[in-house]
Design a protein around this ligand. Structure first.
Ligand code: SF4
Length: 458
């Protein structure tokens, strides 16, 4: 990249690149591809691999919303964009592609006892793609659909949640408590909320002015302006509560999903007792082109059609025949892909740090990789979750603590810049970490973490 381009890029760094509005970062072009529900078919994986080859992108990143981010040498071309659109990885309308920001459990539609929310996911995606007026929504507008799965993403933040229950989908606005609004028409719920937003947004002052791509008010800003009760009353006027005759209802019982560790492999049970979902650790959420091509070959060989990306930056291969489990594990190890849950990278999460975020004080990704390399030297140790953030915004989220409720024992590294040098404050939740009040250089922080963990293990 030229110096001029790098300068420009630093001014434009943002944490929210899209497919049709890539972000220039220090070492490449960042492009984010929305994969609703984290579901990626074999055909889509092949399209991703082709685009990566052509654009000079050696590895993709699974994001903490189970989307895909590419860091390529050059902008994607029209051919690349067409390829992604043809594969169903992008909307035909560039103005609304980023709104395909819909999250579900990676086990959606697979777990025994949970509601199958995949049809709702597909209907909502279709509605978004076919509704150009939604381009007026905030670029950060996000939807979550909860089928009550054991492998849950319900702790993640979304503008609206649709929570499946016996009588339909209950609407939850942001982090509010569940509303009284239940509908058997999930698209109707999304449409009603979107219409309410569009009605009021011209009158609302944006409170997120610091974010370049969030100049439009967030849904929460509109709700605050209108008042929650009035906002919901307006939804009632949209008649989303109507019940249809002969509506097919599902009987909700406790989910019968089960997650088990078998010889250190993380397996999720499925409704079909002959099949199982195998979770694979991708250190720091990264997959190389070689791994993607190897994965496609394995999926085809075992007659499997898709993977599921998780917001904790792993991937799940669903529908594996229990009888094929041993052979698929051997085939994955050849790629290599590591389905062993004891991999030290399992609990390590890092934000994009200086290579992708203008707010960063530290190279969080690079330091996380250094830490993983050191932890690999201690295969017999158990490790807590370790979250490395490049600044105090703490974007590096652990699996179940997206709202900052860290588990006791979790270690958090917070990046600071001190006189032009990179430093970390190291905290350990539930424990008084001996170095809590010091700012350490990255290498010292890593050494102290390993020393401390080894002492705890002894
Ligand atoms: S924690 Fe800070 S440096 Fe990391 S992505 Fe968030 S804002 Fe950027």
């Amino acid at each position: 990249m030229t110096a001029e381009l790098i300068d420009k890029s630093l001014a434009e760094l943002t944490s929210c690149p899209g497919l049709f509005c890539p972000t220039i970062a220090i070492d490449g072009v960042l492009t984010r591809i929305r994969t609703p529900g984290g579901m990626v078919s074999c055909i889509q994986l092949a399209a991703l691999a082709r685009v990566m080859e052509r654009s000079g992108c050696s590895q993709l990143l699974i994001t903490n919303r189970a989307n895909v981010q590419l860091r390529s040498i050059q902008n994607l071309t029209e051919d690349d964009l067409n390829d992604l659109q043809d594969a169903g990885l992008a909307a035909r309308n560039p103005d609304i592609d980023h709104l395909r920001n819909v999250m579900t459990s990676p086990m959606a539609g697979l777990e025994l006892g949970a509601f199958d929310v995949v049809p709702a996911l597909r209907e909502i995606e279709r509605y978004i793609c076919e509704t150009p007026k939604l381009a007026t929504l905030s670029a950060k507008f996000s939807i979550g659909i909860d089928g009550g799965e054991l492998v849950s993403v319900r702790d993640r933040t979304n503008d609206i949640w649709l929570v499946a229950e016996n009588t339909g989908y209950r609407l939850v606005l942001g982090e509010e408590s569940p509303s009284d609004i239940v509908s058997d028409n999930p698209v109707g719920l999304v449409r009603a909320v979107a219409d309410r937003y569009l009605n009021y947004v011209p009158y609302v002052v944006n409170k997120s002015v610091n974010h370049r791509r969030s100049r439009k008010p967030r849904l929460r800003d509109v709700i605050e302006y209108v008042g929650k009760e009035r906002f919901l009353d307006g939804l009632l006027n949209c008649r989303i509560l109507e019940h249809r005759e002969n509506r097919k209802t599902v009987s909700r019982g406790p989910t019968l999903g089960k997650t088990e560790l078998l010889d250190s492999y993380l397996l999720h049970s499925q409704e079909d007792p002959d099949r199982i979902a195998l979770e694979i650790i991708c250190p720091l959420g990264k997959l190389t082109i070689k791994q993607i091509n190897g994965l496609i070959a394995v999926l085809e060989w075992f007659d499997l059609s898709e993977i599921r990306l998780t917001p904790w930056q792993t991937l799940i291969i669903p529908n594996v025949l229990r009888s094929s489990l041993e052979s698929i594990k051997i085939a994955l190890a050849e790629i290599p892909l590591n389905p062993n849950s004891n991999h030290p990278a399992r609990g390590i999460v890092a934000c994009s740090g200086k290579s992708g975020c203008i707010s960063a004080a530290t190279h969080a990704q690079e330091h996380a990789q250094l830490l993983i390399t050191q932890l690999e030297k201690h295969p017999d140790r158990s490790f807590p979750s370790i979250h490395i953030s490049g600044c105090e915004k703490l974007c590096a989220q652990p699996r179940d603590q997206s709202r900052g409720d860290h588990r006791d024992g979790d270690i958090v590294l917070v990046g600071y810049e001190v006189n032009g040098t990179e430093r970390y404050r190291v905290e350990q939740y539930g424990l008084r970490y001996e170095l809590q009040d010091q700012l350490l250089c990255p290498e010292d922080a890593i050494v102290h973490i390993i020393t401390s963990l080894n002492a705890q293990n002894d």
